[in-house]
Design a protein around this ligand. Structure first.
Ligand SMILES: Cc1cc2nc3c(=O)[nH]c(=O)nc-3n(C[C@H](O)[C@H](O)[C@H](O)COP(=O)(O)OP(=O)(O)OC[C@H]3O[C@@H](n4cnc5c(N)ncnc54)[C@H](O)[C@@H]3O)c2cc1C
Length: 402
């Protein structure tokens, strides 16, 4: 007899699970709270849809922190090359950008999502929007719909409800207490790939919010990364900051303070910079000495003055050291609602290797709601797609064993 499967959450993880299970001949319904599917996926498309990464697989599979070993089988079963082949199968050819990141040639998500939803419908998947899961019922799941409450009692179910970033797109983490009530361990959801608040002076904020700091090098516990970031009215943001965000966030928790170290002149050693500064006319203004001696002006010079108020009185050697290792103290991560993704989620200890919630037989989970995090670079979507597939295979195998 055909088994009834409920997939709750219609983002990349849930839709991928629906694809696998419907292809295996099951009757699949995807329940989505919002009026349309994949809203965060579409938003990711606004910045080009970095769908995966082309680096060698052994590096790729290590980008998921402590969760890397647990995610590895899912990633091996659906590698970055498989992601590209899958997208091509839906009419979306991809290319490798200069950074190794992979994007659709169309640089957006909508054609891929449209083709995907069409294929799912052709495979017999029932796509139910405006069905908000609101908790468990006896042997089932309760939903709110425009027509009133509905309870479904499928043979098996899969949760793919996402994390907690950008809640207005649908992933609002309302599920956390419901699963905790069932005894599932959930690591608190925390902002990941996020900006930080910095106590800018009013004058600096007003003059420089929105300005990029280009061609700098930045250091934290995460490592040394070159690139650019942006001064925001709250603090700092941009992909270079996101690369450090997990390290800065965790240090703030562990030690109560953290700083991003910025090298404003990565092309010059401190010695060379000190020599260049020492050659400047001592009677020239500090701005001129900085501009001619260090090539610093605009937001870079202002950042130095903001963070090192007595910089103008420093000797060349000391000044060079500050310019090469400027400390930006961060106060706190920006709110999770603004983050690209969230860390935390369902603990791996409560998931078996088939992505079934150990205390809740017949209920599986996938995607960002699991306890892993990764930098930007296509890692997030790849892991959501890969865990959606693995959880679907696990669910199918579990049904077969019943
Ligand atoms: C601005 C931005 C840019 C991004 N860019 C990239 C990128 O370029 N590359 C990349 O790899 N990643 C990117 N990401 C991250 C990526 O989009 C997410 O990691 C991914 O969408 C998570 O997939 P998911 O299926 O687990 O969850 P989601 O995509 O969040 O989907 C979960 C779905 O579940 C639904 N849902 C939630 N609660 C309920 C409920 N109670 N009942 C029914 N349905 C519910 C939601 O409405 C949603 O549709 C970006 C994220 C943001 C915010």
């Amino acid at each position: 007899m055909t088994k009834q499967i409920a997939i709750i959450g219609g983002g990349p993880a849930g839709l991928m699970a629906a694809e696998v299970l419907s292809a295996a001949g099951h009757a699949v319904t995807v329940y989505e709270a919002m009026p349309t599917f994949g809203r965060k996926f579409l938003l990711a498309g606004k910045s080009g849809l970095n769908i995966t990464h082309s680096e060698d697989f052994s590096s790729f599979a290590e980008r998921f922190g402590n969760a890397s070993p647990r995610l590895r089988p899912a990633l091996e079963a659906f590698t970055p090359d498989d992601v590209r082949a899958w997208a091509a199968g839906l009419g979306t050819e991809t290319f490798v950008g200069t950074s190794g990141r992979v994007f659709p040639k169309a640089m957006k998500a909508s054609p891929l999502l449209r083709a995907w939803l069409r294929r799912l419908e052709a495979q017999g998947v029932t796509l139910s929007t405006r069905h908000r899961w609101v908790g468990f019922a006896e042997n089932g799941y309760r939903f709110e719909t425009p027509e009133g409450p509905v309870t479904v009692r499928p043979d098996a179910a899969l949760l793919a409800l996402g994390g907690a970033s950008w809640p207005r797109l649908g992933s609002d983490a309302a599920w956390v207490p419901w699963l905790r009530d069932k005894g599932i361990v959930i690591a608190d959801l925390r902002p990941a790939n996020c900006g930080f608040d910095v106590a800018w002076s009013e004058a600096f904020r007003e003059r420089f919010a929105g300005e990029p700091l280009k061609s700098v090098s930045t250091t934290s516990g995460a490592g040394i990364f070159p690139g650019e970031f942006v001064v925001s009215k709250h603090g700092i943001e941009g992909s270079l900051v996101y690369a450090h965000s997990a390290a800065l966030r965790d240090r703030l928790v562990a030690e109560g303070r953290a700083a991003l170290t910025v090298d404003l002149t990565p092309g010059r050693t401190a010695e060379r910079l000190a020599r260049d500064l020492a050659r400047q006319d001592a009677k020239a203004s500090f701005s001129n000495r900085l501009r001619k001696g260090a090539g610093l002006e605009g937001v870079k010079a202002a950042l130095l003055r903001e963070l090192v108020p007595d910089a103008s009185r420093m000797a060349p050697q000391e000044l060079a050291e500050q310019i090469k290792a400027l400390q930006i103290p961060v106060l706190r991560p920006r709110p999770i609602a603004e983050a690209i993704s969230s860390a935390g989620g369902i603990a791996w200890s409560d998931l078996d290797e088939n992505y079934m919630l150990k205390p809740l037989t017949g209920l599986f989970a996938a995607g960002e709601m699991l306890d892993w995090e990764a930098p930007t670079g296509g890692y997030l979507l790849t892991a959501c797609l890969a865990t959606g597939r693995s959880a679907a295979h696990g669910l199918g195998a579990w049904l077969d064993s019943q």
